[in-house]
Every structure is written in structure tokens, then in C-alpha cells.
Design a protein around this ligand. Structure first.
Ligand code: PGA
Length: 253
């Protein structure tokens, strides 16, 4: 199966020129890979112009957020349909950095629903703040999965557009001490898959589960070797095209 590797550029790079250069360099490698779906999620301002350099389907674009409503009176927001029109195929929702700004499970659920109905692939992020010795974090993750996904009657079509990213907060960003171990990631991805099957039934077994948090060119290969890890969500290491290209090509099997 193809692995999905997502670049989350967050609020970088500072200039469009640099974004264009980085995107083109990534695309050069990514376009050659038949076993990887590459998704670059730049700041929303760059989407339309980067979209002009997209050719084919191996390297595509995504957004980092969307609003749940198509009505006009929502200052500062972007509707899922607008994102589709400027070339986004995917959208990251419920990232911990947005949850930290006050996004609740309910808001994320509404966003997931609206984006699915607009035809976007949704990358819904979940992950615990810390791990306790008694396994309480699994309850937390299960609850987040249940609360962050809409209970609409999802046919196979909509279900096929959901991706879940397991991103433990303790492993994300500059302050993280380390990435999750491969064992941590495998355990959590299998657990999330079981939770999804519990909610949506057996078709949910095909929902891809990604790992994110301090992924780099040294550890990517190990994660990608795992059958239960269907891809990666990469932050810092996705802004350097050489490092990110090594991540894209790290898969051994
Ligand atoms: P990181 O970020 O790879 O820089 O740890 C991952 C993320 O926040 O999605």
C-alpha cells in the first residue's frame, strides 16, 4: 500500500519565493515515487500559486485548517470550498497547536464534517499530552477519536477520505525530548484503528493512520517499515527539501 507523507509547513517559510523553491525541490523527488503519496501543506496564502506548479497526482497540496461553515459572516476564516478552489486536496484538522488556541473536539468535528462534504481528504490529528504508567492515555486517545469525527452516516466514499494522524504532544516540535519509539507508534496506531472500527464498522479498517512528532531523516525509515503506520506527518523536517526528500525515500519495503 502507498504510504502518505505529509509536510506540515506551519507558519513558514516567511516568503513565497522560498516556498516555491522548497516545493519545487520536494516535487522533483516526490513525483518519482510510485509508493508514496506526498502532500505539502503550506500556509494558506501560498496555496493558489503553488498549485500552478502541481502536475499529476503524486505531489499534491493541503491546507492546515478550514472553517465549518460556508456562510459569509465569519471574519478571518476560509471555507472548505474556497480551499478546494485554490487547489487543496487535503486538510489538516485538529492539530494540537490549534487545539492549544482553543479548538474543541466539537469544533473539530464540525470542521471534519464540512471538509468531507466538500470532497477534501481530512487528516484528523489526535494524541495525548503525556503517557501515564496505567494506560490512561489510551482512554484519552479513544475519546478524542470518538469526539473529533462526525457521526454522519458515512458511506464508503466519505470514510475513504478520512486519515487519522497520531501525534503525541510530548513528541511534537522544538521542545520535544524525542520522537515516539516505533513501539509506541505501532501500539497507538493499532489502537486507533480498533477504535475506528468500533465506531464506523469494518470498512474503517482501511482508514490510514499516520505518525507525527519529531520525524526526521534518521527515524523515518523505521516508522515506514511498520505495517500499521500508513504514513507520516512531518513538521520541522519538511521545510528542508533535502531532509524531506530523504524522508520520502526512506521506505525500504
Ligand atoms: P515536528 O512537528 O515534526 O516538528 O515535531 C510535527 C507536527 O506538529 O505536525
Amino acid at each position: 500500500m502507498k504510504k502518505i507523507i505529509v509536510a506540515n509547513w506551519k507558519m513558514a517559510p516567511a516568503s513565497f519565493e522560498s516556498a516555491k523553491k522548497t516545493f519545487r525541490a520536494i516535487k522533483k523527488t516526490a513525483d518519482k515515487l510510485h509508493n508514496v503519496q506526498t502532500v505539502v501543506c503550506p500556509p494558506v496564502l501560498y496555496l493558489r500559486e503553488l498549485g500552478a506548479s502541481v502536475t499529476g497526482h503524486r505531489t499534491v497540496l493541503g491546507a492546515q485548517n478550514a472553517f465549518w461553515n460556508e456562510e459569509e459572516a465569519h471574519t478571518g476564516e476560509h471555507s472548505p470550498d474556497m480551499l478546494v478552489r485554490v487547489g487543496a486536496k487535503y486538510v489538516i484538522l485538529g492539530h494540537s497547536e490549534r487545539r492549544a488556541l482553543g479548538e474543541s473536539d466539537v469544533m473539530i468535528r464540525e470542521k471534519v464534517r464540512a471538509c468531507l462534504l466538500s470532497g477534501l481528504y481530512v487528516i484528523a490529528c489526535v494524541g495525548e499530552k503525556e503517557r501515564d504508567a496505567h494506560g490512561g492515555y489510551t482512554k484519552f486517545i479513544a475519546n478524542q477519536v470518538r469526539q473529533s469525527l462526525p457521526k454522519i452516516n458515512m458511506g464508503k466514499q466519505l470514510l475513504g477520505n478520512i486519515i487519522v494522524a497520531y501525534e503525541p504532544l510530548w513528541a511534537i516540535g522544538k521542545k520535544a525530548k524525542r520522537a515516539a519509539s516505533v513501539e509506541d507508534a505501532v501500539e497507538a496506531t493499532i489502537f486507533i484503528k480498533k477504535t475506528l472500527v468500533g465506531i464506523f464498522g469494518k470498512d474503517a479498517v482501511n482508514i490510514p493512520i499516520l505518525y507525527g512528532g519529531s520525524v526526521n531523516d534518521q527515524n523515518a525509515g523505521e516508522f515506514l517499515e511498520q505495517e500499521s503506520v500508513n504514513g507520516l506527518l512531518v513538521g520541522r523536517a519538511s521545510l528542508d527539501p533535502e531532509t524531506f526528500s530523504r524522508i520520502l525515500t526512506a521506505r525500504k519495503k
